[in-house]
Ligand binder design. Structure first.
Ligand code: BGC
Length: 732
């Protein structure tokens, strides 16, 4: 976030003119509040929808008529630094008040949860990370930046880079999975895509890393739950993607809801000031999560609003999302000497710097032309959405090479998810339009002339026996699109049972009894426990929630027009009770085995059913001739990879290491690199990795980085469990 001397001067001049109230106003973020138009309090209305007293549609109708308060008076008084609004006309209207009617004319920064696309919705992050294609991750972010900026949204509450090892947690869908290395590459790519094209203020936005930090380790996968972990685990895993993204230039950070080892992140000076701002040198500003400052009272960390506001500000929380605790308390806190003016000035300087860097002072409004730019999505946008969707699909099983399907085969397409535009979008999609969405049914119709649709059943509700029988009668093959509704993952959507929900297992059983081959296409926002399906269903395609072009992408993979190349960014357990299951765990003194007194369950298999990095292709790849050598500063490794099948394909060659004995036990494997290669049928390539020795160390509990001589294992292979290995002695 580079500012010119001139820009820095402008910020200091503004600061010197601002009253204390105006400064605190910059530290305040508001959402439009619902203030009426219906008879019950807003919270109750939400409850009514959640418990089914009113339908989603009724809720939508009530909201459309509801009156909203956009805080115009407060904007006029300079008391609002940021707002969450997505309508560009409204953005301009409110911005005009800030620029023309507030005393100093400081622009508002409008922010939103643009997690996986704005108008063009791309695959959810857990899926896109599995493309192992950082160039793609960057391009989807850059496109999202352009689309949202054209609607006046200059700040994305993304990327979400929480390391997530527990599939019960609903928010695994929003982030890049379980691995700190892949998570760091994803984080860097997203920051580049969102922020780097500064050729025009219309091309970039401010990213917001979230949720800082450790949120993904919420106990038992239950959202918002407490987080406790050893500090070496924290530094070597959960902090890593944040560190990488700060290094890449991320200009805002959102603190997480949870406490970490007893202190809520929102008021955690050690995390916000000591680590983020002082040690990592983060130059931007920190925003709280929604209502999180007040929730510190509920955590039991603060006495009341005043105490929470003071503790948060002192800890380094620059902006309050949603509670108005700052605007209502910090003036008194400063005047009574409980909070220093330096804390306020620092926060405001950081916030103004981001606004200045975004060009908001000189380009505060959305132009008429920009507002209309994406009325119809340009073809490059849909092409990119399709490319991302295709690259994110993971082939989990393909017994007897059922797939790809013959284009002229009679296909019975089954499952309500196959014909639903809302369900392909995934959690956290802000501004998508139905007309842009292509369902699996529509995609299949384009690709296969003899497809017929039989709804049969879905994640909720009953099964239709007649349709099941008809599907069995018609198709040479049955494609069953089953899985989770969008509302079953994302925030506040943790689950204690992550098998395929509702009566869909029964549906599969019935489809299998028809004697037709069954292809299961999954739509879901988290790893599912697929023990039963993996035994009985011959072909399984992991389709996640892939966004607006899900339909064509799935159809292209099923027909073989696209050879699947996605790999899992998160391990899939066989059974829910194995959660958390992840590849980079320590060995323990008694690693799980067939013997009784080892670290295992009596009633579950050892390890993941489908591990991190796993994924099949319509061709096969063989690895041979791993060579490893040490140089003064690096460990060099290379391997031959051959396409042994009869068609071209893409392989993600994965590079891992293990520090065999160290002063703190280290994971059985940790990813240190990957490279995606294309191979024609029969072609062989040598893939090389160079690992800098300085990157082979680890942090201890005091955050001292340790490089310890000794034995290392170097692995290269096609997944976290399927590698060739060589040992090497390394001296640092
Ligand atoms: C979520 C954040 C999100 C914020 C604003 C919170 O509930 O935890 O991820 O950015 O709401 O919408």
């Amino acid at each position: 976030m580079k500012l010119t001397e001139e820009q820095k001067k402008r910020i200091e001049e503004l600061l010197s003119q601002m009253t204390l109230e105006e400064k605190i106003g910059q530290m305040n973020q508001e959402s439009p509040s619902i203030v009426g138009g219906f008879d019950v309090p807003f919270e109750e209305l939400i409850e009514m929808m959640t418990d089914g007293r009113i339908s989603k549609e009724e809720f939508g109708r009530i909201m459309a008529d509801a009156k909203q308060d956009y805080h115009e008076d407060d904007i006029r008084k300079g008391l609002v630094g940021s707002l969450m609004v997505q309508d560009p006309v409204k953005v301009n209207e409110l911005q005009k008040i800030a620029i023309e009617e507030s005393r100093l004319g400081i622009p508002i920064i409008f922010g939103l949860d643009v997690i996986h696309g704005f108008r063009s919705v791309y695959p959810i992050a857990i899926a896109e990370a599995g493309s192992f294609d950082t160039d793609l991750m960057e391009r989807t972010a850059a496109m999202a930046a352009k689309e949202s900026r054209a609607a006046g949204v200059a700040w994305h509450f993304a990327p979400m880079v929480d390391v997530a090892r527990d599939a019960r947690w609903g928010r695994v869908s929003e982030g890049p999975g379980e691995d700190p290395y892949l998570g760091s590459q994803f984080a860097r790519a997203k920051i580049r895509g969102l922020q780097n094209d500064q050729s025009s203020p219309e091309n970039y936005v401010a990213a917001c890393l979230k949720h800082y930090v450790g949120y993904g380790a919420c106990e038992s996968g239950r959202d918002y739950n407490t987080v406790s972990m050893a500090m070496h685990v924290f530094y070597n895993n959960y902090l890593k993607p944040f560190e990488a993204a700060v290094d890449e230039g991320a200009c805002t950070v959102m603190a997480a809801f949870n406490d970490l080892n007893g202190k809520p992140c929102t008021v955690n000076k050690f995390l916000l000031r000591d680590i983020l701002k002082d040690s990592l040198g983060f130059p931007g500003f920190v925003v709280s999560d929604a209502n999180a400052i007040r929730e510190c009272i509920v955590h039991g960390a603060c006495e009341d609003d005043m105490d929470a506001g003071i503790q948060a500000a002192q800890a380094g929380m620059d902006m309050d999302m949603g509670t108005e605790i700052y605007v209502k308390n910090l003036k008194e806190a400063v005047e009574s000497g409980k909070l220093s003016m330096e804390v306020i000035d620092e926060a405001v300087r950081r916030i103004l710097s981001v606004k200045m860097w975004l060009g908001l002072f000189d380009h505060p409004y959305v132009t008429e032309e920009a507002m209309k730019r994406y009325e119809t999505l340009p073809v490059e946008h849909t092409d990119l959405a399709r490319e991302a969707a295709e690259k994110s699909i993971v082939l989990l099983k393909n017994e007897g090479n059922i797939l790809p399907l013959d284009k002229n085969a009679k296909i019975s397409l089954v499952g309500s998810l196959a014909d639903n535009k809302e369900e392909i979008i995934g959690a956290w999609a802000m501004s998508w339009q139905e007309k842009d969405c292509v369902t699996i049914l529509d995609g299949m119709k384009e690709e296969f002339p003899n497809v017929r649709y039989f709804e049969c059943g879905g994640p909720e509700g009953d099964l239709n026996m007649n349709e099941i029988l008809a599907a069995g009668d018609y198709g040479d093959v049955i494609v069953a699109v089953l899985g989770e509704l969008v509302s079953m993952s994302g925030e506040a959507s943790s689950k204690a049972d992550i098998t395929i929900p509702g009566r869909q297992r029964e549906l599969l059983e019935m489809l299998l009894t028809t004697g037709r081959p069954v292809v299961l296409v999954l739509m879901n926002g988290r790893p599912l426990a697929l023990s039963w399906e993996s035994q009985f269903v011959p072909a399984i395609v992991e389709g996640w929630h892939l966004g607006i072009q899900m339909g064509p992408a799935v159809a292209h993979v099923l027909s073989g027009a696209v050879n699947p190349e996605g790999r899992l960014s998160s391990s899939f357990p066989a059974m829910t009770g194995q959660c958390p299951v992840y590849y980079n765990h320590p060995n323990t003194g008694r690693p799980g085995s067939k013997s009784k007194f080892t670290s295992r369950y009596l009633d579950a298999p050892l390890g993941a059913l489908y591990p991190f990095g796993y994924g099949l292709s319509y061709t096969t790849f063989e690895y041979s001739d791993l060579q490893v050598k040490e140089t003064e500063d690096t460990v060099e490794a290379c391997i031959k990879v051959k396409n042994t099948g009869d068609r071209s394909g893409k392989e993600t060659v994965q590079f891992y290491m293990q520090d065999v004995a160290a002063s703190l036990v280290r994971p059985v494997k940790e990813m240190k690199g990957f490279e995606k290669i294309s191979l024609e049928a029969g072609e062989e390539k040598t893939v090389s990795f160079s690992l800098a020795k300085k990157d082979m160390g680890f942090y201890d509990n005091e955050r001292t980085y340790r490089l310890e001589d000794g034995k290392f294992r170097i692995f290269i292979g096609k997944s976290s469990v399927d590698c060739l290995m060589q040992e090497i002695e390394v001296q640092f």
